[in-house]
Each structure stands twice: as C-alpha cells, then as structure tokens.
Design a protein around this ligand. Structure first.
Ligand code: FAD
Length: 494
C-alpha cells in the first residue's frame, strides 16, 4: 500500500518535457503544503528531440489551463494535422500516404453502426483513400499558411483535430516557467544516488549539493534512467525482435516551400526512415536507422544525398526499443524516456508519457491518496498493454511492400507479435473496429490510437480487404446503403 495523504516532499528527477509536465500535474494533485521539487542536472541537459505531438498534448494543455495560443507563441509551434508517409511502398518520392488527425464528429467518422463505420467501409469498397474524405486535405496539399489553417480550424469544417509541432528546448523552458509560477520548486544539481528504506522505497535523493527527502519520486531522467535502471535495475521488456531501429541522428534543415507543411513527414530510407518536423522557423529532422545494416557514415551520406546539402548532425542517440515492465513500484515511478522508448514513427513518446501521467493522477486521486498494491499492479499491466499497442501499430507500418535493400528484405521475413497477427487477421476479413484494438487500452486507460488511426495506415498498405468490407455492408438496410452511396458520390474529387 502507498499512503500519500501526508506526503510532504515529492521529487521529480529531470527537467525535460516529461519532468515538467509531471510537475504541473502533481502540483494540482497535491495541496500547497506538499512540496513538488524538480531536480535537474545543469550539465546533462535534455534530449533535445521530440518535437511532434499527438492530440493528447492539446488535451493536456487544456486540462492544465495553459492557453494553446501562448504555448504556440512561446515554443515556436506550428499546427500538425497528421503524418505523411513517403516511399514506404515503392520507395519513390511520389509514393505518399497520409495518416490524419480526424475530427470524430464529422463524416465519415461520426457514423457508428453495429460496431463499425459503414461510410468508411464504403470508401474501402470503392478503393478511395481515407484522406480524400477529409475536408481539410486540399489545404494540406496546397500548403496553406499557418494563419489560413488556424482560421479553417476555427470555421470548423476541416474534419481535422489539430496537434502541434514544437521546439523541444523552448517547450521544456515554457513548461518550467508555468510550473514555477504555480509553486513548483526547481534545483539545478546532479542526482548521484538514491537512499532506499527497509521497504525498498526511496527515502532520500543524494545530489551534488546535498540530500532531499522524498515521499514519492518520479524518475524523468530521460535516457540516463538514473533510478529505474542505474539504481533499481528493473526488468526491461525489449521490442527488438519486432522493431529493429536502434540509432538516430538528429539535425536541422531550412524550410524548402512557402509555408511549413501541416504534417510530420516520414520518409523510408535504405535502413530506416527520416523524420521532418516543420516548425515555424526550421525543420527538425533526423534519420532513425538500424545499425546492423547501416554505419553512421553511410547514414550521413544518405542524408546529404536526400537533402542535396551538407547537414550538421547533432549527437547520435543509441536506444533499444522497449519499456520497463514495472514502471511504478512502491513510491517510485519512471516516466517519459526513462520508462521506455520506441522509434518516433508515430510520435508516440510524449503521447504515451501523458497517457501514463494522467492514469497515475486518476489512480491516486480515485484511491483517496491511499493506493493499494493491486491498483499499482493493474496500472503496470495497463501500461504494458499501452506499449504493446504502440509496438503493434508501428509494426504494421513495416508490413509494407518495400524489398529493395537487405534491411527491407529482412523486415519482410521477421515474425509478427501474436497480438499484431490477431489484428491483421481480422483486418483481412472486414473493416477494422474498436473491438479489435480495445485490448490495448485496459484498466481505464484511453488508448493512444483509435481504430481510425489503424485504418489510415492499414488501407494504403493493402491490409484491409475490400471484399470483406463489401460483405459487411451487404447486411445493412437498403436506406443505409443509399445514404453511404450518396455520401461517397458527393465527395469532391471522387
Ligand atoms: C530520436 C528521437 C526522436 C523523438 N521524436 C519524438 C517525437 O516526434 N514525438 C514525441 O512525442 N517524442 C519523441 N521523442 C521522445 C521525446 O524526446 C521525449 O519523450 C520527450 O522529450 C521527453 O523526454 P524526457 O523528459 O523523458 O527526457 P529528457 O528530455 O532527456 O530530460 C531528461 C532530464 O533529466 C535530467 N537528468 C538526467 N540525469 C540526471 C541526473 N543524474 N541528475 C539530475 N538530472 C538528470 C536531464 O538533465 C534532463 O533535464 C523522440 C526521442 C528520440 C530519442
């Protein structure tokens, strides 16, 4: 049991996006007499990547009463309407498909019927890419300005729910400012050890400038993982059999068009892919690759060939995809990069971190600040399923027809996780449904992706059966079929 009713000191190690979001949430969870302290090493710094959000970053800012307009202004943020996947099928530049952040209140996404979305099945039967049914898509192709895109969102008929691209350094600074304004304490010193009590709970945080007591401790120390790994050596669940990328070279490039694109571009390369995150002033980019098939030197050459310019690489990051099996035990929880990481293909890291943080807030407050071990076990189990969902969703992106390099050839022969196989099997019979993926969101967690997100990727990769969708429509009443036909016939450009 964890009793936090009389907690006096809560310590967060790390002043990155995870640490400062945690500080803001914990500050509102606990009364003013509980000190919330962020301890951040001035020498190590933050990872300095992680500039693309999911929808839940907007929800997080709203729930913390942080105006999104202020966030955008202070972090150099731009609007993000989704992702564009380039070269994942033929390897050509004109081979593009889109995964957009849709507004579930608008057609064709608002029309639930017996567990599925018939208008979408109708689109699949007619072979129409899902993005063509989103009103805002022409604006994406025309590369409208940020101002025009913002006005379109206000007018409300884009069919899009926006997220953001943002500068990671400015985001950490901005969240820090907000947290300090709300009473969070900040110490700039390096944590060198954790003293544990007889119950294997954290008791004192030892730093260069002295010891700090902790009734609860959050390890948000990024890839340093000072508590969960260095001190506690907790069990790691590796995804390396299913996701092979283990290196990333980040760099910046200037904008090449009239306005920042409204999406993150993910371009498939010889042994991985390049991300391009268009902020207002620059593009944050990086090549994530598999070191078994590509040296750093060859990766740099491929980058300059692709961009037709020399780039200035930042420090290469090494990682193994996966997460800690028990992120929360006793009075210690790991959050953000310190709790796990997979390649940033769908920008899931900050999204997962927020999901975990809000689930933590829910469990603690709904438990009346006295949390049972069973609740903590269930939390870890739900967190595991959240990660499994991310792993399987990413694995699906590699279920693609590219075979032109040894990397892509090996990808095509490696096994699927059983859970992804189960999802793929039913997608081959009919349209994807929430029922298929609800196992990834257990214990009251919301889940990172909706069935529609899966559809945006599964359809262009040929994983959804048109015949199966035709069959499921066959059982609908005639007037429903007519409604679907009229809807599709009225779509522009179809
Ligand atoms: C290549 C790459 C691309 C990514 N792209 C995306 C993306 O597009 N979208 C997305 O959502 N996420 C992305 N991420 C993940 C994203 O960067 C992180 O989820 C996010 O920045 C949060 O990081 P963090 O706060 O956990 O760690 P960090 O930002 O690294 O912060 C760690 C903090 O811990 C401190 N620290 C470390 N050791 C000590 C110590 N001993 N004592 C005191 N302080 C210490 C550091 O000084 C720092 O303040 C990406 C990550 C990588 C590696």
């Amino acid at each position: 049991m964890l009793d936090l009713r009389e907690a006096k000191n809560i310590v967060i190690i790390g002043g990155g996006t995870a640490g400062w979001f945690a500080a803001l949430v914990l500050r509102r969870m606990f009364p003013p007499q509980t000190a919330i302290k962020v301890i951040e090493s001035p020498d190590i710094g933050i990872v300095g990547v992680g500039e693309g959000g999911l929808i839940n970053i907007v929800n997080a800012l709203n729930s913390l009463n942080i105006p999104t307009s202020e966030f955008m202004q202070e972090t150099g943020a731009s609007l993000k309407w989704g992702f564009c996947y380039e070269g994942w099928r033929t390897g050509e530049k004109n081979d593009e498909y889109y995964h957009l952040f849709i507004d579930p209140r608008q057609a064709p996404f608002n029309d639930q019927y017996a567990g599925f979305l018939p208008k979408i099945s109708g689109l699949f039967v007619r072979g129409i890419p899902l993005h063509q049914a989103v009103n805002g898509f022409p604006a994406i192709k025309q590369r409208v300005s940020q101002q025009e895109a913002a006005e379109m969102l206000v007018n409300g008929n884009t069919g899009i729910t926006t997220s953001f691209h943002f500068d990671s350094y400015r985001t950490a600074k901005f969240l820090q400012k907000k947290a300090i304004e709300r009473g969070v304490l900040h110490r700039q010193t390096e944590v060198i050890d954790i003293l544990m009590d007889a119950h294997q709970n954290a008791a004192k945080i030892m730093t260069d400038e002295g010891a700090y007591r902790a009734d609860f401790l959050i390890d948000a120390s990024g890839l340093s993982r000072v508590v969960i790994d260095k001190k506690l050596k907790r069990q790691w669940t590796s995804f390396k059999d299913y996701l092979w990328l283990d290196r990333a070279i980040p760099f910046y490039v200037p904008h090449q068009g009239k306005n920042p694109e409204l999406f993150t571009r993910a371009t498939a390369m010889k042994a991985g892919w390049i991300w391009q995150i268009p902020l207002v002033e620059r593009i944050g980019a990086g090549y994530v690759y598999c070191s078994k098939y590509l040296s750093e030197e060859a990766a740099l050459k491929e980058i300059s060939d692709y961009f037709q310019m020399e780039i200035e690489p930042q420090k290469t990051l090494n990682f193994e995809p996966g997460h800690y099996a028990e992120v929360w035990k006793g009075n210690i929880m790991a959050l953000g990069l310190s709790s796990g990481f997979v390649e940033p293909l769908e920008a899931t890291s900050i999204g997962q971190m927020l999901e975990q943080l809000f689930a933590f807030e829910r469990v603690v407050t709904h438990s009346g600040w006295v949390v049972s071990d069973l609740s903590i076990d269930q939390f870890n189990e739900a967190n595991k399923w959240c990660w499994n969902g991310i792993r399987d969703f990413l694995r699906m992106h590699y279920d693609c027809p590219r075979r032109d390099t040894p990397f892509w050839q090996e990808v095509s022969t490696t096994p699927y996780p059983d859970t992804y196989r189960a999802v793929k099997e039913v997608f081959a019979q009919r349209s994807p449904r929430m029922e298929d993926i609800k196992g990834y969101a257990t214990g009251g967690w919301g889940g990172i992706f909706h069935a529609v997100n899966w559809m945006f990727v599964a359809q262009p990769l040929g994983l959804i059966s048109e015949k199966g969708c035709r069959q499921e429509l066959k059982y609908l009443p005639a007037e429903k079929i007519q409604e679907i036909t009229q809807y599709i016939d009225a779509l522009p450009n179809v």
